[in-house]
Ligand binder design. Structure first.
Ligand SMILES: Nc1ncnc2c1ncn2[C@@H]1O[C@H](COP(=O)(O)OP(=O)(O)O)[C@@H](O)[C@H]1O
Ligand SMILES: [Mg+2]
Length: 371
């Protein structure tokens, strides 16, 4: 292989927010461990599909099996649209990595996890190798199956001063990387999905999220309630730990805020949940950050919520909070970019796994390859 060769790789991520499929095309320069995003887009799901994804955890086998194929087929169409829009020839793409749609994640003893979205359809559409299903190999090796992103964090930021990388997708997760420290990472608690659930409840399913945090900005934060919410047992667990989005969902909201909402207290609930989400990140940072870490780089849809970013800056007390957009990576492109990288490494039989973040027995090559 030529030393400075640039390879084009593609990644697909459909996160627990079930907002849509995020696709990124990246340029990889393996010799210098350089990865940059060339194009990215999120293709939104319709309300019905979104609802089916969120409730898939209780489906029976026939519906689950159908959803698996339907998602794979839909993603193949989305990849086709993406490649047309950005004039990408399939043959120019070395490999496609697809994380899949998590419908169930249960780590720990006798743990298991299930990601849907039959990747064979993407391989059939593009004729390119596709790598999918990254989490099971980690769990078979004793890991939590999550988080997998710290591998990318280490790849990109491992040589610099220690930083914390926080992704705020459906759930939140943090990683600490940098020269001289052992990479670690874990789920911090709720991400956008808790606020999204509240918005769905308050709008009778008409809205899926709080654009630019407008509802949260219109309400009053109940700081006492935030402290109470932080007593949830998940926050007392020692890392490595990972979280299923169902842990912080409608039943959590009903239990903690009651069942009756009116126009005014809806905004207050949103304001409080927004601050709680930020405070849970700050708590994780304060408890686990190696000394000398003074910066938090935020990615995921949460980085697009200005109220959440402001709350983070206030809850973090001193540590600098920046969106990853400031470093040239769009907040919604980071995760698909990660699965592009993991796929390319898997195809080349190279380690693509940060076992210190998942608690696995050792580094593995994650993913199943369709040629
Ligand atoms: N402009 C915005 N204002 C507020 N929230 C936003 C905005 N854009 C995206 N989001 C939030 O980000 C979520 C999607 O985040 P994402 O990182 O894709 O999560 P996941 O990886 O779980 O799919 C949406 O459901 C929404 O809550
Ligand atoms: Mg998403």
């Amino acid at each position: 292989m030529k030393k400075n060769k640039i390879i084009k790789i593609m990644g697909l991520m459909s996160g627990t927010s079930a907002d849509g499929l995020s696709i990124a095309l990246c340029a990889l320069r393996p010799a210098g461990r350089r990865l940059s995003v060339l194009a990215h887009k999120t293709y939104a799901y319709g309300a019905q599909l979104r609802e089916r994804i969120i409730t898939a955890r209780t489906m029976r086998a026939p519906e689950l099996s159908a959803l698996n194929f339907e998602l794979g087929g839909l993603w193949a169409v989305m990849v086709r649209r993406f490649c047309r829009e950005y004039k990408i020839a399939y043959k120019s793409v070395a490999v496609i990595g697809s994380h899949g749609q998590t419908v169930y994640h249960s780590p720990g003893k006798n743990g298991h996890t299930l990601q849907l979205g039959e990747a064979a359809f993407i391989a059939e559409e593009t004729g390119r190798p596709v790598v999918a299903d990254f989490r099971p190999s980690d769990m078979a090796a004793g890991g939590q199956g999550a988080p997998l992103i710290p591998f990318l964090d280490e790849y990109l930021f491992g040589g610099g001063k220690p930083v914390a990388l926080q992704n705020i997708g459906g759930v939140g997760n943090i990683a600490f990387v940098g020269r001289g420290i052992k990479t670690s990472g874990f789920d911090t608690g709720p991400g956008n999905s808790l606020m999204d659930t509240a918005v769905g409840m308050f709008s009778n399913g008409k809205k899926t999220f709080d654009p630019d945090g407008r509802w949260a900005a219109a309400g009053k934060i109940d700081h006492g309630r935030v402290l109470e919410l932080l007593k949830h047992p998940f926050f007392a667990l020692k890392p490595p730990k990972s979280l299923d989005r169902s842990e912080f969902s409608d039943s959590f909201i009903k239990k903690r805020f009651g069942n009756r909402f009116n126009k005014k207290n809806k905004y207050d609930v949103l304001a409080t949940l927004n601050y709680f989400t930020a405070a849970s990140v700050a708590l994780a940072f304060q408890r686990a950050a190696p000394v000398r870490t003074s910066e938090l780089i935020v990615s995921g849809g949460g980085a697009l919520n200005p109220v959440l970013m402001r709350n983070l800056a206030s809850a973090m007390e001193g540590a600098r909070v920046r969106s990853i957009a400031r470093l040239g990576i769009s907040p919604l492109a980071k995760e698909p970019a990660c699965f592009a990288l993991l796929a390319w490494l898997a195809l080349n039989r190279r380690i693509n796994h940060c076992s210190s973040a998942t608690g696995a027995r050792g580094p593995r090559v994650l993913g199943k390859i369709i040629l």
